[in-house]
Design a protein around this ligand. Sequence first.
Ligand code: HEM
Length: 271
Amino acid sequence: MDTLNAEDLRSSATLIMKLWTSSKTASSGNEAELSKLNYHLRNLLPDAEKYPNPINFVIPTWETLWRLVATCLARVYDNAEYCHVFEEFLQDPTSRRFHDHSDSTISNVGYSDGLCADFIINETLRLHPPSRHISRSFPIETPSISIPVPKLTFVGGWPVLTLDWRHRTQIQTEVADIEAAHLSTDIWGMNALTFEPRRWALHADKDAPTLFVFGHGPLMCVGKKWAPMAAAIIVGAILECIKADGLEIVGGRSIGGREGWDDWMIQSFET
Ligand code: HEM
């Protein structure tokens, strides 16, 4: 960490955010910002052979993970019980502790019964999925629309032009509404909009509702197993640093997404 330049980190984060947001509306005109971003990323990842295009290395991890960490912090910072779960997990950052919600392991400290970091992370991903929609595009043939394709053949040595009628191929895009599935009262019950990590204790059997946040099938996220635990460690470490440095999180009006965090603050405890 000591070798990473804070300005490179800050600028990279700001520029990725800016480019990502403008990619939803504009399709060009961001070349100057893209080259600035590449400059800062190259400073952070100087090995050009290992990281020929550093943005490819950074984006899949960073873009989703920071949002999970930010929304999770926003959900837990003012709840002593939830904060305690992350403190405990940071002391023993193992897969066993991440998933362990048995009363006997944690109840000796007086709270956090039946709770574990896994449940809190899952509940955050359910209410604040970093990818709200996942789409797939594929070619389909439309039998109703035929297009003529000229074809040259030779009959008795003479060239003959004929027309082949082929079905037109169109690109069809299907979009899975991940957020709608995660917030559906039909699936999650009447308290679907409530942050209730303990619901995950009831969702252990194989037919229980699940998260779609990492996608599905052959293109499913390769970080699916690793990312939730990594996020929990980062949340625990941030909470620990804030406490150790005499700081506190001051919540804003609402929990942001890619934007909307302007009124959230970290300030000295005394102010
Ligand atoms: C909470 C954190 C994360 C979320 C919510 C997330 C979500 C996703 C989603 C929705 C996809 C597309 C899946 C599909 O189209 O079906 C994806 C793909 C991918 N993710 Fe993640 N991701 C996360 C963290 C990570 C991390 C930490 C890494 C790297 C270690 C990573 C690497 C990738 C890669 C490389 C792909 C592309 C896979 C492919 O196309 O073959 N992700 N992720």
